[in-house]
Unconditional design. Structure first.
Length: 369
């Protein structure tokens, strides 16, 4: 399988995704941008800085005039305009101009925030993604969606801004804690479910190796997921149609995330949301009962939840109405026609969603029965 993929925008090559087992080749990749007279600012968070900050900074420094590092406290709480402002201040203080470059080193929070800074600082500077979580490698670093949260609204302010390069060091995935790693698996399983039944079966067949993070297997997995994400965003870069399929599990998933005030990780909420969406697909006789139960139960070996007592079902339903993926007031819900084939549907009713949410909900007392 290819060691690199080229992502096209408007049918023209726009940027490469490079798959490596270390950071060693990053310097060589930077050579294509002719940075001898340019500065690079690495933007990262406090956790990732401790793990790879010094190593990446010294590697990059050899390929540009100056390399500085800006770090902010890890966590979604930092993904806001205040941190963006601090980044602008840092760039101004270090004299960054339009030809200098930003490098996002971290998970989706770092990538989204850095991309937004890159889209807006001096009306736009170039940036590179070096994603270090599974979620960032298979999802957020590809496709050019950037942004930050505003007040209690997630990703409310943002821009489309394509990176110049996505450099993946797959060996960093071994440093992730289990919960973060498996939360990323929700998006991986989603890719199989919406686009590629054979890939989904492959994931199920390899759940032990994937759980053990065997490097060959997870390299193949990340590549296959990147191919799916690339194909979808190439067809629909600004989310007019096809890209909505990536939202499978996200209408109810986002509502759960918000109702639980982010106590569950994004991927965990998406797994619950996918169970709901598969349930509605079964009830509409698009999936068989066996297919529904298999989809549901196959999240378990990947340490993802398939039911919860922690939600308030009516509130979750209420929050689905705030879904950003609305089209003239109608929710664009993603259903499965079969494993590997998702479709957009704007006719899903509140009652169908209520039934689906009650399928994943049980009362706390039932825990002790
Ligand atoms: N732009 C998009 O298309 C898109 C798509 C999906 C999600 N997102 C966004 O991505 C964000 C979530 O990303 P995330 O799950 O990567 O969260 P994150 O960036 O907060 O990373 C999770 C945690 O892992 C730590 N970490 C990162 N790399 C590590 C490593 N190699 N080893 C150990 N720890 C490491 C981080 O410091 C953080 O504490 C959300 O803000 C979401 O909105 C964006
Ligand atoms: Zn997601």
């Amino acid at each position: 399988m290819a060691e690199r993929l080229t992502v096209e925008v408007d049918k023209k090559p726009a940027y490469d995704i490079v798959f490596e087992a270390s950071f060693d080749a990053l310097g060589g990749e930077l050579e294509q941008f002719d940075l001898k007279e340019r500065k690079i600012c690495i933007i990262t968070d406090s956790n990732v800085e401790k793990l790879y900050g010094a190593c990446v900074q010294s590697l990059v420094a050899e390929h540009c005039r100056e390399c500085v590092l800006f770090s902010f406290p890890a966590g979604e709480e930092s993904k806001n305009l205040e941190t963006v402002q601090k980044a602008y201040e840092f760039l101004i203080a270090h004299g960054f101009d339009r030809k200098d470059l930003l490098l996002a080193l971290g998970g989706g929070v770092v990538g989204d925030l850095t991309g937004f800074v890159a889209a807006t600082y001096l009306r736009g500077v170039a940036f590179i993604q070096v994603p270090t979580t599974l979620l960032a490698q298979v999802d957020s670093s590809i496709g050019g969606k950037t942004g930050v949260d505003f007040k209690s609204y997630k990703n409310m302010v943002g821009a489309f801004k394509m990176p110049k390069l996505v450099y993946m060091n797959l060996s960093v995935l071994k440093d992730l804690d289990d919960r973060q790693y498996f939360a990323g698996m929700a998006e991986v399983l989603k890719h199989g479910l919406i686009k590629d039944g054979a890939y989904y079966e492959w994931l199920i067949d390899h759940f032990v190796e994937i759980g053990d993070r065997e490097i060959d297997i997870i390299t193949e997995m990340v590549k296959r997921s990147c191919i799916i994400k690339k194909n979808v965003v190439e067809k629909d870069p600004t989310e007019q149609g096809e890209r909505a399929l990536l939202n499978f599990g996200h209408t109810i998933g986002h509502a759960i995330e918000k109702q639980m005030d982010f106590a569950y990780l994004h991927g965990e909420c998406v797994a619950l949301g996918m169970v709901c969406a598969a349930y509605i697909s079964w009830k509409r006789e698009m999936l068989s009962m066996e297919e529904y139960y298999e989809i549901r139960d196959m999240f378990v070996p990947f340490q993802l939840p398939i039911s919860t007592y922690k939600i308030d079902p009516e509130k979750v339903l209420e929050y689905t109405k705030n879904d950003k993926k609305m089209d003239a007031g109608k929710i664009k819900f993603i259903l499965l026609k079969k494993v590997g084939r998702a479709v957009i549907d704007t006719s899903v009713t509140a009652e169908e969603m209520r039934n689906a949410i009650s399928e994943i909900y049980y009362k706390e007392e039932e825990l002790y029965d």
